[in-house]
Design a protein. Structure first.
Length: 446
C-alpha cells in the first residue's frame, strides 16, 4: 500500500485532500492522471450497463435528500455502526476493528460498550438552522432511483425486466476512514437497480453476479477475485440475499462490489397505498409518499411492485483494485528494474505519448505537435506531447503511469516519414509509416 500511495502522489493520481492544512481525514483528491483513470472506469461501466443494453436507462439525481426518503427506506433507524471508545487513549473504533477486546492503538482493555452511531451527514436547508429545515447528504445513490421509478417508467414505457443505472457521490460519516481510498467519507458509487418480476429474482440475482464478475475481469482484475455469500445474520435490512465480489487489496481481502436482492422493500416502502395493490409486502404506516411505485402487467393486468437486484460498486475501490493489480516491479536484467502499471488499455489515463527526439529541434517538435493533434482528433483518448528531450526518462515515466504506447519522432520522421512505436509491456519497438499510424493504433487499441 505504501508503494501505491507513493506512486499516486509522485505521478499525480491521488492526493490527500486539503494537504496544505494538514489534510482532511477520509478525503482524497484525484489529480491529472487519477481523474482520467477514474473517468475511464466509469465510462466503461456506463457503456456496459447503458449503451450495450436496451433494458437499462440512466439517471443523475440530487445529492441532497429529503429526510422522509431515508426515514421510510430504513436508513434513519438502521444505517449505523457500533462505536467503541478507548478510555485510555481516547481513540474511537468500530466494533469489528476491536480484536481480543483490546484497543488497536494502545492495547488497553478499558473500552466502552458499543453504541449505535448513525453514519449519515445532515445539512441545514435555507437561511435558518433548526431541527425542521434539514436534509441528508445521500448515503447511497439507490434511493433516488426508487423515488424516480414512476418518472422513468412514464417517460420510457419499459416492461419488466428493466433497470436504472446511476453513477454519483455518496457520503458516510465513517468512524475510522482507513486504507487509503478504500474506506472514505466521500466516495462515488456505480449502482444499478434492476427491476424484475417476483419469482424471477433469484435467477436474475445469479445472472448479475456472473455478469459483474466477467466485467471486472475485463477491467484487468484476473487473479484476485472471488465471491462470498453474505451470511443471513449479516445482511442489510433490505436484503433477501447478497453476494459480495471480493478482491485481495494490499490491506487484505475485502468487498469490491455487492450484488443484493432487495426484494420489493424499497418500492414498497415508498408506496402509499400498497393495500390497494393486493401485495403481500409489509405495509409501512404513516408513509408520507403519495406515489404508486408499481407497474401494471401487460399479461395479467394486475399491479406489481417489482423485486430489485442491485449490483453496487465503489468507484474508488475499483480504482484501488485496478492500481493494485496493474502495479508491477519488473526486473529487466541483472542490474536494472522498472515500475510499470500494466493497466488495461481502455483504462490507461494517457493512451499515447508523443516524444520528440530533440526538444530544441524546431522541425522535429513541430512534426511532433502535428502528429499529436492528428491522433488526438481521432478519438483514441488522451494523447500528450512529452517534450523533455530524454527518451529513456520519458519511457520510464510512461511505464510508471501506464501509457500503453510511446511514439518517438526523430530524423527518420522528417526524412522517411516513419516513427518508432514502443510497447509498454514488452518494450518492443517497431517502425511505422506516419500514413499508417492511425490504422496501426486502432489495431492496438481494439
Amino acid at each position: 500500500m505504501d508503494e501505491l500511495v507513493s506512486l499516486c502522489k509522485r505521478r499525480g493520481f491521488i492526493f490527500q485532500s486539503n494537504e496544505i492544512y494538514g489534510g482532511l481525514q477520509g478525503s482524497y483528491d484525484y489529480g491529472p492522471l487519477g481523474v482520467e483513470l477514474k473517468n475511464n472506469l466509469k465510462a466503461s461501466w456506463w457503456s456496459c450497463m447503458v449503451y450495450e443494453r436496451d433494458d437499462i436507462e440512466g439517471l443523475d439525481s440530487s445529492i441532497l435528500t429529503h429526510p422522509n426518503v431515508l426515514k421510510f427506506s430504513g436508513h434513519e433507524d438502521t444505517f449505523t455502526d457500533p462505536l467503541i471508545d478507548c478510555k485510555s487513549c481516547k481513540s474511537r473504533w468500530t466494533a469489528d476493528e476491536i480484536i481480543d477486546n483490546k484497543c488497536p492503538k494502545c492495547g488497553s482493555k478499558s473500552l466502552t460498550e458499543p453504541r449505535p452511531f448513525n453514519l449519515m451527514f445532515k445539512t441545514s436547508l435555507g437561511p435558518i438552522e433548526d431541527l425542521e429545515n434539514y436534509a441528508y447528504l445521500r448515503p447511497e445513490t439507490a434511493q433516488n432511483i426508487f423515488t424516480n421509478f414512476k418518472n422513468i417508467l412514464d417517460t420510457t414505457s419499459h416492461e419488466l425486466p428493466f433497470g436504472i443505472a446511476q453513477i454519483g457521490k455518496a457520503f458516510r460519516n465513517e468512524i475510522t476512514p482507513r486504507n487509503f481510498i478504500f474506506r472514505v467519507r466521500e466516495f462515488e458509487q456505480m449502482e444499478l437497480e434492476f427491476f424484475v418480476n417476483p419469482g424471477d429474482d433469484e435467477e436474475w440475482h445469479k445472472k448479475w453476479v456472473d455478469m459483474r464478475l466477467s466485467w471486472w475481469e475485463k477491467q484487468g482484475l484476473n487473479n484476485n477475485l472471488k465471491t462470498l455469500e453474505v451470511p443471513k445474520d449479516e445482511l442489510s435490512h433490505y436484503s433477501k440475499a447478497t453476494t459480495d465480489i471480493m478482491y485481495k487489496f494490499p490491506h487484505g481481502e475485502e468487498e469490491l462490489e455487492g450484488i443484493a436482492n432487495r426484494t420489493d422493500f424499497d418500492l414498497g416502502s415508498h408506496t402509499k397505498n400498497q393495500a390497494e395493490l393486493n401485495i403481500d409486502s409489509e405495509v409501512l404506516e404513516n408513509n408520507a409518499s403519495s406515489a404508486k411505485l408499481a407497474i401494471k402487467s401487460s399479461v395479467s393486468n394486475k399491479w406489481i411492485v417489482p423485486y430489485v437486484i442491485e449490483p453496487s460498486a465503489g468507484v474508488d475501490r475499483g480504482v484501488l483494485a485496478i492500481l493494485t493489480e496493474a502495479y508491477t516491479n519488473e526486473q529487466i536484467d541483472n542490474k536494472t528494474s522498472r515500475i510499470v502499471l500494466k493497466l488495461s488499455k481502455h483504462l490507461a489515463p494517457i493512451k499515447v505519448a508523443i516524444i520528440p527526439l530533440k526538444k530544441n529541434n524546431s522541425d522535429i517538435v513541430e512534426k511532433s505537435k502535428e502528429i499529436k493533434m492528428s491522433l488526438q482528433s481521432s478519438n483514441f483518448g488522451r494523447v500528450i506531447l512529452e517534450n523533455t528531450g530524454n527518451i529513456g526518462k520519458s519511457y520510464r515515466k510512461h511505464d510508471e503511469i501506464g501509457t500503453p504506447i510511446c511514439i518517438t519522432i526523430d530524423f527518420d520522421t522528417l526524412e522517411k516519414n516513419t516513427v518508432t512505436l514502443r510497447d509498454r509491456d514488452t518494450m518492443k519497438q517497431e517502425k511505422v509509416n506516419v500514413d499508417d499510424l492511425e490504422l496501426r493504433l486502432r489495431d492496438i487499441f481494439k
